[in-house]
Ligand binder design. Sequence first.
Ligand code: PDD
Length: 278
Amino acid sequence: RFVYCGGNYVPEQDARLSIFDRGTLFGDAVYEVTAVIDGRMIDNSLHLDRLERSLAALDIPLPCPRAEIAAIQNGLITRNALMEGTVYLQISRGAADRDYRYADTLLPDFFAFTQRRAIRDTPAHRDGIAVALLPEPRWARRDIKTTMLLGQVLAKREARDAGCAEVWFVEDGMITEGASSTAFLITRDGAVVTRPNSRATLPGCTRRAVLDLCARHGLVFVERAFTPQEAADAAEAFLTSAGSLITPVVRIADTIIGDGNPGRLTRHLQRYYLDAVL
Ligand code: PDD
């Protein structure tokens, strides 16, 4: 597999990153994951918009023009003959001797790689998944897509031990989002509900695409926070992310959602989404 590192495409075993990279030492780095279907990136302009917002929030300069980033992502897809999977990219503040304070002269480290895997038509898409509920473990700026992911790593481990494929976090009695996905429910009268964007959650690109699909197909959607109890009482539930697109949720903690199968409107949204991107 070719990866992009240090300004070049190199075989993955030849990639070199300084141990003083601030991404490694402090989690002082941002990342993006873009879905690839049939060799094409999905919603990548939304991902690059968010990348620019994350970098600006941390005062890290863009390592190269935006068009060049997209060209590098496509360069990897071509070199690795990737048809379906994801492209990951990471930009850190750069490398310097360890010091919490940073110089404004650092040059960002930028690397990227592809991952080959099914992201549609998986067992999770067909049958739905279970999600666990756990207290929100993260810092207060979850709108920035940083590589500080230890809260998510530990929560996903705990969820897996409980037989769940994802975890939804709860803060002040409300669900924030999934460890690596946006949480949605569909009410009994057919409204698609997800939390409004704020510093409490990552503004999902797939979320944006789903709200656009709702508008286009005449589905009612409402942006508001919801409680675990509302989610348990919902007609349907699902989650979205670039790594898994639209995945039905059929159990939340101990509560079966609907009849335990993916819901009808969730199925429609899955189809609308693939029709829109293919
Ligand atoms: N995660 N919320 C969080 C906390 C996420 O980490 C992600 C994505 C999302 C969904 O965002 P999008 O639809 O733009 O992928 C929401 C990526 C896929 C990851 O960490 O692998």
